[in-house]
Design a binder for this molecule. Structure first.
Ligand SMILES: Cc1ncc(COP(=O)(O)O)c(C=O)c1O
Length: 367
């Protein structure tokens, strides 16, 4: 093992089960886009189905088709298509696609025999979805195409801008815009189908936003959506682990890594950890992050490199090959993804999702 991501599928299923209690009357969608936030899309998708997730959600058509190619057959939504997207293939594979505008809706309608399609309304995030008059046009087009037997509207949905800040007034605003959009669709004679708005943070803090389905991403991986939105029932699923590739004793005055951005003020033991920004380790955490070593933390010293980083082990006994936990659940003194996020000046989502490059993945609890 050079560097390995240990992914605990039992914990993932347990997290999904625990999260169900927050929205017992809603369907649960497990969001597995972006390689399941770095955890590995196909094994996580399989575990999500085993854990009782009613739906899977991904961003891109390629992700949806990869799941189908891997044998996934359950309800699956994708939501980020560009012109030329393989709608015919998606429809034939029974993937529900999202229309964010009239042109897209027409392209979807032409892609199969009465395809099921969900409509996305932009309630204020100003990202994807139809906004204002575009939404009026999308509703009219959906009514026309459904009446003509060219599509079946199967859902309506939107996404919060600040669900991780539960008291932010934008949440009330977006929810009321969403309710009005649902009513507008129904008034146009279109059954809205499955209505959904909540991500993890909204699912745990805002029952009024649950509607028919909640989309669970970050919390299902056992990571709080934000330090201010703590979800005590879940635990991190992923442990990033490796071993020391080198160990050396250096005198006071020894400087470390590119740019000599750290210099030892006493004799100490340095450990070489064989992961770097090639593995998605944030370089901005240079001289700030810590790793877990022998039940305690050890600080990262100097600049994080492409393939490696250096940690300060002080006077602790250390040998080449000793285990290092870059981050994990925090049970054995190691930092968490949130600790790395704080050190790197980002969010924990990015710490796990960026994991890339030369990590292997080991799944515990595979069925
Ligand atoms: C449309 C959509 N829904 C749900 C999610 C899941 O969000 P979270 O990881 O905060 O639960 C995402 C992820 O960003 C998303 O883009």
């Amino acid at each position: 093992m050079n560097a390995d991501l240990l992914v605990d599928l039992d914990q993932y299923r347990a997290n999904l089960a625990a999260l169900r209690a927050y929205a017992p009357d809603a369907l649960q969608m497990a969001v597995v886009k972006a390689n399941a936030y770095g955890h590995g899309m196909v094994p996580m998708a399989r575990a999500a189905r085993q854990g009782g997730a009613d739906w899977l959600g991904v961003a891109t058509p390629a992700e949806a088709l990869e799941l189908r190619a891997a044998g996934d057959r359950g309800p699956l939504l994708c939501w980020l298509a560009v012109p030329g997207a393989p709608f015919a293939e998606l429809v034939a594979a029974d993937v529900e696609v999202t229309a964010s505008g009239v042109d897209q809706l027409q392209a979807i309608a032409a892609a199969g025999d009465r395809p099921r399609v969900q409509l996305k309304v932009d309630t204020g995030l100003s990202r994807n979805g139809a906004f204002g008059p575009q939404w009026d046009e999308l509703v009219a087009a959906a009514a026309r195409l459904q009446e003509a037997g060219s599509i079946e509207v199967s859902g309506i949905w939107s996404h919060f801008a600040s669900a991780d800040d539960p008291d932010n007034p934008s949440n009330d605003h977006q929810e009321s815009v969403f309710r009005a959009a649902v009513d507008q669709l129904a008034s146009a004679g279109v059954d809205p189908g499955v209505r959904h708005l909540a991500n993890s943070a909204a699912a745990v803090t805002r029952p009024s936003s649950h509607f028919d389905l909640v989309r669970m991403g970050i919390a299902s991986y056992g990571i709080d959506p934000d330090p201010a939105v703590h979800v005590p029932e879940v635990r991190p699923v992923l442990t990033a682990r490796t071993v020391l590739a080198n160990v050396k004793r250096v005198p006071a005055g020894a400087s470390v890594s590119y740019g000599w951005r750290w210099t030892a003020d006493r004799e100490t033991t340095l450990g070489l950890v064989p992961v770097g920004y090639g593995e998605g380790i944030h370089r901005t955490a240079s001289n700030r992050a810590e790793v877990g070593f022998d039940g305690k933390r050890a600080p990262v010293r100097g600049t994080i490199c492409m393939d490696q980083l250096v940690v300060d082990l002080g006077d602790r006994p250390a040998r080449i090959g000793d285990p290092v936990t870059v981050f994990g659940p925090g049970d054995d003194g190691e930092p968490t993804a949130q600790d790395w996020a704080d050190a790197a000046g980002t969010i924990a989502y990015e710490i796990v999702t960026r994991l890339a490059g030369r990590w292997s993945r080991t799944y515990r609890g595979e069925r």
